[in-house]
Structure formats: C-alpha cells, structure tokens
Ligand binder design. Structure first.
Ligand code: ASP
Length: 409
C-alpha cells in the first residue's frame, strides 16, 4: 500500500512536469514570450509559489529535527564522527571532480564562445562574498535567529551540537531525546501532507518557466547553456553511476529510477533545500537507513552542490572569454578550488549559485558585474544544477548506507 503511494507520487510529478511543458509552450506560441511570461507569472506561478512556500516552511523544523534525531539514533558519539567524515569526504571529492569536468567541457567549447563588445547589458549588481566571512558565518552567535532566517549552515551546526549534547548527557538527556524523536515524527507527517501537492506545484512552475524563457535560450547563451548541461550529464553518467555501482553495490538504473521524483522536483523548484522532503522520501524507498539519510541529506542539501560547481566553472570560462581574457592553467586551478568552496557556501535555494559565482570570478580577475550577461537565463542553468545537486546528495546517502553495513534497495 505504502509502496503504491510512493510510485504514484513519482508518476504524478512526471505528469505535472510534462503537462507543464506542453501548456507553457502553448502559452508561448499563442502570446509570445513577453506576454506569456507576464501572464503566467501573474496567474499560474503563484500556485507554484504557494507550494514552494509550504516546503520552505517545513524545511527548518525538518533539518533541525531530522539531523538531531539522526545523531541521537546513532547512539554513540564515535559513530557520528565516522559517518560525518565519510560524508564530508564524499562531498569534497565529487565536487572537485565536478569542477574538473566543468572546466574540461568549457575549454572544449571555449573556441565557440564569443568575445563581446560590452555593454551596459551586463548591468548586474554583483554581491561578491568574502571567503572568511562565509566560514565565520557558519557558526551562529544566537540560538534563535538562524531558525527565523533559515540560515541552513548555522542550523546544521546547532543540530549537530545539540544532538551530540543529548548523547553525551546519557540518561539525563534521554527525555529530551525522546521529545525530539517524537517531534521529528510529527514533522515528517506534516511534510507528507505537503508532498501530496507536489505534482501541482511542479506543473505551475513549469508552465511559467517554459512560457517565459522559451526563446531566450537562442544564440551564444544557448551554447554556454549546452556546455553546462553536457557537464551535468557527464557528471551523472560518470561519477554517480560509478559511485553507486562501486561503493553502494546498487544498479545505477535502479538508483536513477528511484531518485527521479526528487530530481524532477529539484529541476522545477530550483531549490535543494525545498526538495529535501522528496529526496528523503526517495532515499527511504531505496532502503537507506534513517540514521544515515537524516544526517547526510540535510547536510548535502546545504553544502554539496556538484551541479553548482560545474555551472560556476563553465560560467567563469565563458564570461572570461566574453571580455577577452584567456585564463591560464594556474587560474583554472584557482577556479577548481574557489568553485569547490563557493559551491559549499552556496545556499540550497533558487539562484544562490549565481550569487556565489561572484566569488569565483573575483578570484580570477573577471569583474563580477559581467554576471549580467547570463543573468537572464539563470533559471535554466539553475534547473539542471539543482537536479544534479540533489542526485549527488542521494548518491552519497546510498554509498554511506552501504559503508555502514546496510543494504540498499
Ligand atoms: N539552486 C541551487 C540549489 O538549490 C543552488 C544554486 O543556485 O546553484 O541546489
């Protein structure tokens, strides 16, 4: 019965996605991009926004409680450290590989990228972020404000600290631990109610994207978009298929089939964090132990962004070429390092990767204001990179699950 319900949700999301593309294309053909974009943004997108709002609302209690509960359920502090290191190592290695793939693909395409005579059209107000500030800001100076501002990295620090506190407190911590476990269970149920709405949310967002963005992907921007998507696909086929097969002893086909609802949702919502409830549901379906998924997935949704890393590398090479800079090998290495860090610092929300791109551009001397060149189609990059980010988190969860001696579906 439970199995049937999960399958139905995946199929319904797919139907929502396809129907959204068709209806969006009809709007675009009937009204033209500008009018269709304005109309759908006003009358159809708000239904998608309602759904995304509900997901954002549930995400803070979900991350806070599920990580705490995940830590508590591990039973001893040594195990938390063991799973933690494996997870972080997996995240870092796959993200660094993602950067290298992004750079190789972008360099292959580089010859076809244009040198532009620029242009006020690059009028983007870039917010460059300082690396040290990003690191310092992971640690909260207040227990309440991270919850009200949804600062996910800070919430993760709070959850791990309190989870470990409960374990170390032994018998005295047990009543609080039981309360957290119960609260977490209730939160999961509320999340289930919200998830049931996902096909409709996906439909509404997809109609809007297709109606508004259709023709803008032509020309040079289409080329850089293509480069990014080739990078995304190579990463999925090469890295995730292999890691799932080798480390999780799982058929990649099964893995991709089971993670599809989360990837489809991430593709339309462009938020790893908002996709978290669905990613968790898909991992449950793959028999990933709750103590693993409760820890790995919220952490991954916040720090593991392979798609974002690929995008940042491709975009950096593209924008450098646009303004006539030919990057050296040393600069490419700088890109790998900064894009890995920038993707970790990227929040799992819509458009965040583009803001952190400023940090990568800064590091190689490309003025971040030129992000304006690709600003208009960021959502199209974001859809693919978020789907990849989410699949990457799930691939880590199945690998860690296997390393911990559990069997995946
Ligand atoms: N939207 C992405 C995510 O939520 C982050 C990004 O903009 O790259 O994973």
């Amino acid at each position: 019965m439970q199995e049937k319900k999960k399958m139905n949700l995946g199929v319904k999301i797919l139907i929502g996605l396809v129907a959204g593309i068709i209806v969006g294309a009809i709007f675009w053909m009937a009204m033209g991009a500008d009018a269709a974009g304005a109309f759908t943004a006003k009358y159809i997108k708000p239904f998608g926004d309602i759904f995304v709002n509900l997901l954002k609302f549930i995400v803070v209690p979900l991350v806070l409680l599920s990580i705490m509960d995940g830590v508590i359920s591990m039973g001893d502090i040594g195990k938390v450290g063991k799973i933690g290191w494996k997870t972080v190592a997996y995240f870092l290695v796959t993200t660094a590989i993602a950067c290298i793939i992004g750079l190789i693909v972008a360099n292959i395409f580089k010859g076809a990228f244009p040198v532009l005579s620029l242009a006020e059209d690059a009028a983007y107000e870039a917010k460059s972020s300082n690396l040290m500030d990003t690191i310092v800001n992971i640690f909260p100076n207040n227990a309440i404000s991270p919850l009200s501002t949804s600062s996910m990295l800070q919430i993760i620090v709070i959850s791990i600290a309190f989870g470990c506190g409960i374990l170390v407190a032994g018998d005295k911590g047990k009543p609080f631990g039981d309360f957290i476990t119960s609260f977490n269970e209730v939160t999961q149920r509320v999340m289930g109610f919200i998830l049931a709405l996902s096909p409709y949310g996906v439909f509404a967002l997809m109609v809007w994207v297709v109606a508004a963005q259709g023709p803008k992907i032509l020309g040079h921007l289409g080329l850089v978009l293509l480069a990014a998507y080739i990078g995304y696909i190579i990463h999925v086929v090469l890295v995730y298929s292999l890691s799932v097969k080798v480390f999780a002893k799982m058929s990649p086909i099964t893995f991709f089939k089971k993670i599809f609802p989360a990837a489809a949702f991430a593709f339309t919502s462009t938020s790893s964090v908002a996709s978290l409830p669905i990613t968790k549901e898909c991992c449950d379906d793959m028999n990933v132990d709750t103590e693993v998924s409760s820890f790995v997935l919220p952490l991954g949704a916040t720090v593991n962004m392979d798609g974002t890393a690929i995008y940042q590398c491709v975009a950096a090479i593209f924008l450098a070429k646009c303004i006539g800079i030919d990057l050296t090998l040393t600069q490419m290495i700088i890109i790998v390092v900064t894009a890995t860090l920038a993707s970790i610092g990227t929040a799992g929300t819509s458009g965040a990767g583009m803001i952190m791109l400023a940090m990568v551009l800064d590091a190689v001397g490309v003025p971040p204001t030129y992000i304006g060149i690709i600003y208009g189609i960021d959502r199209l990059f974001d859809m693919g990179r978020t789907a990849l980010n989410v699949v990457g988190d799930a691939s880590c969860a199945v690998c860690v699950n296997h390393w911990e001696g559990n069997n995946n579906a």
